[in-house]
Design a protein around this ligand. Structure first.
Ligand code: PEP
Length: 256
């Protein structure tokens, strides 16, 4: 039984004060849903505050249950890597999840499948659960190569990651042409890719791991399209960008 998982990727939005206010507001308006996992992924500068405020709100508000993730990390433990943050640093803040290989990182900051693979290994070593993002460009989709491209990313990104490690992984299928554009994949197209990803995980690992794997869809998810996406058999959740920084929209998505 896969528990639905909705994560909000705030990207480079909301400063520390705004992050605190967001969480307090979210807790105030939160409707208890026991059958869902929720995470928010603020920028590095708000992570510590987010963890503390979430703990405070959970203590005050029994029904409130969210987790905090980061949007990126480096794979080395420490050293001369100006501007980077290590998995150990995230772990010491109480961070539970980390988004790895988001297309914006791949496109704007030169992340490769090799660095993504190293980051996943480093996160798993520190027991931080990775949310691995994969997905094709519009050109690749129009050429008819979306599935082969995305599955190839999966094979490279998960190279040498063992069965015992991979069970804490979430995969987010995020077609690049749907991110921040307002254009979402149809639920059928998104499901077809999520099903293909599950099939590939079955081939690399085994049936049990693939059946338990949480696969999210991401790309212009909003209150108006979440329900039909979540109704698809191989879509287990969503990675939400733009709509995750508005409390009411994010709550509406969670309460789909
Ligand atoms: C994302 O950033 O992961 C994302 C899916 O963004 P949006 O929901 O804004 O398309």
């Amino acid at each position: 039984m896969r528990i639905p998982f909705i994560a909000g990727n705030w990207k480079m939005n909301l400063n520390n004060n705004e992050a605190i206010k967001f969480i307090q507001d979210m807790s105030f308006k939160f409707e208890n849903r026991n059958n869902i996992k929720i995470a928010i992924c603020p920028p590095f500068t708000s992570l510590r505050s987010a963890v503390i405020v979430v703990e405070d709100e959970i203590a005050k508000n029994e029904g409130f249950k969210i987790m905090v993730g980061a949007q990126n990390m480096y794979f080395e433990e420490s050293g001369a890597y100006t501007g980077e943050v290590s998995p150990g640093m995230l772990k010491s803040l109480g961070i539970e999840y980390v988004i790895i290989g988001h297309s914006e990182r791949r496109e704007l900051f030169g992340e490769t499948d090799e660095s993504v693979n190293n980051k996943i290994k480093a996160a798993l070593k520190h027991e931080i659960k990775p949310i691995l993002c994969v997905g094709e460009t519009l050109k690749i989709r129009e050429e008819g190569n979306a599935v082969s491209y995305t599955l190839n990313q999966i094979r490279k990104d998960l190279k040498d990651i063992s069965k015992s490690e991979v069970s804490s992984l979430t995969i987010a299928y995020e077609p690049i042409w749907a991110i921040g554009t307002g254009k979402n994949a149809t639920p059928q197209d998104a499901n077809e890719m999520c099903k293909a990803i599950r099939g590939e995980i079955r081939k690399i690992y085994d049936n049990g791991i693939s059946e338990n794997l949480i696969i999210q869809y991401g790309g212009s998810v909003k209150p108006s399209n979440i329900k039909e996406l979540m109704a698809m058999p191989d879509i287990d959740g969503a990675l939400v960008g733009g709509a995750s920084i508005k409390v009411d929209d994010f709550l509406a998505i969670i309460n789909y």
